[in-house]
Design a protein around this ligand. Structure first.
Ligand code: ZN
Length: 461
C-alpha cells in the first residue's frame, strides 16, 4: 500500500533538507520525497495540519529495557511502547539485565521479545566484560553475530585500563563501537549526588565531577593508543566537555552523548522545587515567567541518577557542547524503577529516571526554543548521528530507506502526567511540568505504531 504524507515541514538532517515536501511511503520503504508529488490511484493521502515536522524516526541509543530479569520495572514491550509514544522508532538497550547480555542467548531473547512487541526497533548492546564484572572480556564476536550493535558495561564502568584496551582492540576488529559509562570508582566511592554546595547543605555524600572526567581522559588516551572508537555515555560535567572538545579537534576517534535531565536540572533540584526555581530554574525555556512552576520535596529520589545532576556551570557547558557539536548525540538513559524501590531514603534509592516520553520536549525547549540549535541540527542528534555511530541504515528519509518516520508538533504545549505514561515505572522528575513540543505520530517500517488520535480515541477523550 502507498501512503502520501502531504503538507508537513520535512527536516532530514543528513540530506540538508528542510522545507515543505511530500513524502511517499510504499509498503515499508520511503518511495519519494519531493514537492507536489502526483497522487497515483490507490494511494492513501494524509494531509498534515500546518506546522508539523516530518523527520526520520528518532533513535534513542541509551535505554534500559530491564528484560530479562527485572520485568517488574519494565519489559521490552512496555519500554518500546513508551518509546513510540515519545516519538522513537528505534532504541538501543543496555546490557545490565539479569542475566547480563554478555552472550548470544540473552541477545536473541531480547530480539525475540522485540519482534513479539512489534513496536519500536530494538538494537541490543552487549557487555564489555563477562557478567559486567570488569575482569574477563565477554565473547565480543558472538555478541556481534547475535545482533549486538555495540558493547558497553553501562550501569558499571570498566576500571581496569588494560581490559578496556583489549576490549577496544577486539571490538575494532569486528567494527563494533565501544561505549563507556565514565565513573572512577576509587574517587566516587559511594557518592549519591554531585559534590558541591548542595551535597554539603543536604548532608549527602558527594560524587565529584572529576570522577567522570578522569575516565573521559582515560578513554581519550586509549582511543589514541588503539585508534579504536570510544563513545562516552551521558556526559554531565564541564570538564568532560572540555576534554572531548580538545580531543576531537586533534582528530581522536571519540564521541559523546547528553541527556535532557543533565541540561535542564541542576543539583539544587535535590533540595526541592522551592530551592531549585529561585536558584537555578531561570534559564529553562518556558519557566522564566511561569507563575507557578512545578514543586517537589527535598530528597526526592526521582532526582537521583548516575551521573548525578550537577552545577549550573556544568549544565551550561553541556548545552554549549551540544550547540558547538562537541556532543553529537542526544539520548534519555531511560532507567525505570518501581515506586517502592524509589520511595526510600535518598541514600538507599537506586539511581535512574525514566525519560523516553519527555526527552524530545525537554530537548526542544532547551535547545531549539531557547535558540541554541536549529531543528535540523537538533534532530540530527536523534537520527543520523546515533545511526552512524551504531552502523544502522536508519536515520534518513533517503529513497529506499526504511519508512521510519516521526511526526512532531514543535510548538505544542502539554503537561506530563504520571497516569498517561506508557512505561511500567513512574520514576520521572518531570511530572506536572508544562512542556513544549511533542510527537504526534510514530511510523516504523511504514506502519503507524502510535498516533495521538488513536490513543485519545482509545481512552475516550
Ligand atoms: Zn550509565
Amino acid at each position: 500500500m502507498k501512503r502520501l504524507l502531504r503538507g508537513g515541514r520535512v527536516v532530514d538532517p543528513v540530506n540538508g533538507r528542510d522545507g515543505l515536501f511530500d513524502v511517499l511511503i510504499d509498503g515499508d520503504r520511503i518511495a519519494r520525497v519531493g514537492r507536489d508529488l502526483p497522487v497515483e490511484s490507490g494511494t492513501l493521502v494524509v494531509d498534515l495540519p500546518p506546522g508539523l515536522i516530518v523527520c526520520p524516526g528518532l533513535i534513542d541509543m541509551h535505554v534500559h529495557l530491564r528484560e530479562p530479569g527485572q520485568e517488574h520495572k519494565e519489559t521490552v514491550a512496555t519500554g518500546t511502547a513508551a518509546a513510540v509514544v515519545g516519538g522513537f522508532t528505534a532504541v538501543a538497550c543496555m546490557p545490565n539485565t539479569s542475566p547480563v547480555n554478555d552472550n548470544a542467548g540473552v541477545t536473541e531473547f531480547i530480539l525475540k521479545k522485540a519482534a513479539d512487541a512489534n513496536l519500536a526497533r530494538v538494537y541490543p548492546i552487549g557487555a564489555v566484560s563477562r557478567g559486567q564484572q570488569g575482569e574477563q572480556l565477554a565473547d565480543i564476536a558472538e555478541l556481534k553475530q547475535a545482533g549486538c550493535v555495540a558493547i558497553t558495561d553501562d550501569g558499571h564502568c570498566v576500571q581496569n585500563h588494560e581490559l578496556m584496551r583489549r576490549a577496544l582492540e577486539y571490538a575494532n576488529m569486528f567494527d563494533l563501537p565501544v561505549m563507556d559509562h565514565c565513573q572512577d570508582y576509587s574517587l566516587v566511592t559511594d557518592g549519591v549526588m554531585h559534590e558541591g554546595y548542595w551535597s554539603t547543605a543536604l548532608g549527602l555524600r558527594g560524587w565529584p565531577a572529576a570522577g567522570e572526567e578522569l575516565i573521559v581522559a582515560r578513554n581519550i588516551l586509549l582511543a589514541e593508543t588503539t585508534g579504536a572508537r570510544i563513545h562516552c555515555q551521558h556526559l554531565s560535567a564541564a570538564g568532560s566537555v572540555r576534554l572531548l572538545r580538545e580531543a576531537k579537534n586533534r582528530g581522536v576517534p571519540i564521541s559523546g552523548e547528553a541527556c535532557p535531565h543533565h541540561f535542564t536540572l541542576t543539583d539544587a533540584a535535590v533540595a526541592g522545587g522551592e530551592k531549585f526555581w529561585p536558584a537555578d530554574g531561570a534559564g529553562i525555556f518556558g519557566f522564566d515567567s511561569h507563575s507557578e512552576p512545578p514543586q517537589w520535596a527535598a530528597y526526592d529520589a526521582n532526582f537521583k541518577m548516575n551521573p548525578p545532576l550537577r552545577s549550573v556551570a556544568d549544565r551550561e557547558a553541556i548545552l554549549e557542547g551540544l550547540a558547538d557539536g562537541t556532543i553529537e548525540i542526544l539520548c534519555s538513559d531511560h532507567a525505570p524503577h518501581c515506586d517502592y524501590e524509589k520511595e526510600v531514603e535518598f541514600d538507599y534509592a537506586p539511581f535512574g529516571i525514566t525519560g523516553l516520553e519527555t526527552e524530545l520536549a525537554l530537548s526542544l525547549m532547551q535547545l531549539y526554543h531557547a535558540k541554541r540549535l536549529n531543528l535540523a541540527k537538533l534532530l540530527g542528534k536523534y537520527t543520523i548521528a546515533p545511526a552512524r555511530l551504531l552502523g544502522l541504515s536508519q536515520g534518513t528519509l533517503n529513497v529506499g530507506a526504511d519508512a521510519d518516520i516521526t511526526i512532531i508538533d514543535p510548538d505544542r504545549e502539554w503537561t506530563f502526567g504520571a497516569t498517561a505514561s506508557a512505561s511500567k515505572s513512574r520514576n520521572s522528575p518531570f511530572y506536572g511540568w508544562r512542556l513544549k513540543g511533542k510527537s504526534v505520530a510514530t511510523i516504523v517500517g511504514g506502519k503507524k505504531v502510535w498516533t495521538e488520535e488513536a490513543e485519545a480515541a482509545a481512552v475516550g477523550t
